[in-house]
Design a protein around this ligand. Structure first.
Ligand code: NOJ
Length: 515
């Protein structure tokens, strides 16, 4: 099935934050070998592609998103050899591997920046954005993410400011300099030649900048500059990156983190099929658990992406945001309904490791807070079993365990066919077995206000109907919405294989197969 479609359309992707996955060395931090040892679990779950957050050499000011060497592994995570083993073992199980690529900024400890800051006439000076002060202050009013102070740091020794859209330890690269473009293209070749299947491109919409570095509109300036930077220069750079990827023999893929909070802008990063294959669309991630609001997000994605033949992506959780179960109020039934939503929409779903266990954020006491962006909670370690160290080589990992690790862990939930883990597995399997669910069209249906209802259909496959009850009361969803249909999957497992009765339990979601 689906062989005519590129793999990245029909795939289910799974994000791994390496620090939090599994530690095999006893230092409390997850590593590449920890991922390799759990590939059988991921294959059993049924996901097709892994996205690994950064494991590059890094001083870890932003936990790896401050890269000091794009072509090496930080000793905390292992070695290049460990990466090669992981990649080969993943491929042996038909799991693709996409890695994070952080093109907008390096670490201030990257040799390029060390050279660049060494003097005004250093050949690498222009690899970053250096500017004279404007009056007594920074060159413009841009605001940095995390600190919400000026996006400029003054360098005493050379008496100029450098730009950092994130932390001062993350200076922005100057992609308007062809030498930077060439050097960064080399880093892509390095990993493509090693065999990776693609990249998740960190804040890719930031690489092109206004050459004049003009002020942000004063009424928006209290925001960070990140969601305001939308430039034609970026699109030109992306077309070259696409050509580079397309020069490889296999179907390599790039998914862009386009942190522009408007789907119509996100749509432009697909180009005319000549920029990025996929892009993250964040407005749905920030949408509360509400049937009408979700309906609007789906409509918007269809309106903006459908006509230009751009394939959507869907994400509910990642390493930058509270886990969706926590955001949606903590109930497991809601987390189960959300799983049905995520895995039945038209587009590529990206799961975040641990959501299949129904994990919530960990509680981080003040003395254990680490992240400058306040994102520790969703980065809690994954519990693999009910033992005191939960399958980690150390009982005391870098962040506290998420709630209930004694019960809510991979080993225990694998044993329980009624667990949320098995629901994820059934949904992924159903998606794989159905062209309608994997790559078919979507039609939103009218129904009761609290029910989100849609049809998925593709030639040669039975129509699927997805009904999600957002309310905490039983709700009838008239059978004439769907015609005679069998419950293929129910978020609570009830009635699977039986004809649909027309009533949804509180917070229940079902996938129906038309007879
Ligand atoms: C987005 C990444 O997802 C986030 O974790 C990181 O802090 C910023 N980009 C800066 O690289």
């Amino acid at each position: 099935m689906n062989s005519a479609q590129p793999w990245w359309k029909s795939c289910v992707a799974y994000q791994i934050y390496p620090r939090s996955f599994c530690d095999t060395t006893g230092n409390g931090v997850g590593d590449l070998e920890g991922i390799r040892r759990h590939l059988d679990y991921l294959a059993w779950l049924g996901v097709d592609a892994l996205w690994l957050s950064p494991f590059y050499k890094s001083p870890m000011a932003d936990y790896g998103y401050d890269v000091a060497d794009y072509c090496d592994v930080d000793p905390l995570f292992g070695t290049l050899d460990d990466f090669d083993k992981l990649l080969a073992d993943a491929h042996r199980r038909n799991l693709r591997v996409i890695i994070d690529w952080v093109p907008n900024h390096t670490s201030d400890q990257h040799p390029w920046f060390i050279e660049s800051r060494s003097s005004r006439d250093n050949p690498k000076r222009n690899w970053y954005w250096w500017r004279d002060p404007k009056g007594d202050g920074p060159p413009n009013n841009w605001i940095a993410s995390f600190t919400f102070g000026p996006a400029w740091e003054f360098d005493e020794s050379t008496q100029q400011y450098y730009l950092h859209t994130f932390l001062p330890q993350q200076p922005d690269l100057n992609w308007h300099n062809p030498e930077v473009v060439a050097a960064m293209h080399e880093t892509l070749h390095f990993w493509l030649d090693r065999g990776v299947d693609g990249f998740r491109m960190d804040v890719i919409h930031l690489i092109g900048k206004d050459p004049e570095l003009g002020d942000d509109p004063p009424d928006l300036a209290p925001l960070s500059h990140v969601p305001l930077n939308h430039r034609p220069e970026t699109h030109e750079l992306l077309r070259d990156i696409r050509l580079l990827l397309d020069s490889y023999d296999r179907d390599r893929m790039a998914v862009g983190e386009v942190y522009l909070l408007d789907t119509s802008l996100v749509a432009t990063y697909y180009g005319h099929g000549d920029e990025l294959h996929l892009n993250f669309n964040f407005p749905p991630l920030y949408t509360p658990w509400d049937a009408a609001l979700w309906r609007q997000q789906i409509e918007k994605a269809e309106q903006e992406l459908g006509p230009i033949d751009a394939w959507p992506t869907w994400v509910l959780s990642n390493h930058d945001n509270k886990r969706h179960r926590t955001r949606y109020g903590g109930s497991e039934s809601r987390a189960r309904a959300a799983a049905v939503l995520l895995l039945t929409l038209r587009g590529t779903p990206f799961l975040y490791a641990g959501e299949e266990l129904g994990l919530e954020d960990c509680v981080v006491p003040p003395e254990r807070v680490l992240d400058p962006g306040g994102r520790d909670g969703c980065r809690a370690p994954i519990p693999w079993d009910g033992s005191p160290s939960h399958g980690w080589a150390s009982a005391d990992p870098w962040l506290p365990w998420p709630p209930e690790p004694d019960k809510r862990n991979v080993a225990d939930l694998t044993e329980d066919p009624e667990s949320i883990l098995h629901l994820y597995r059934r949904l992924i399997a159903a998606r794989k077995a159905s062209a309608a669910l994997a790559v078919g069209s979507i039609e939103l249906l009218d129904g009761p206000d609290v029910v989100l209802a849609y049809r998925r259909y593709a030639p040669g496959d039975n129509d699927r109907f997805v009904l999600i009850n957002f309310s905490q009361a039983p709700t009838s969803a008239p059978v004439d919405l769907t015609g005679p249909a069998v419950v293929e999957i129910a978020s609570d497992g009830e009635g699977e294989g039986a004809p649909f009765t027309g009533v949804l339990a509180p917070e229940q979601a079902v996938v129906l197969r038309r007879c």
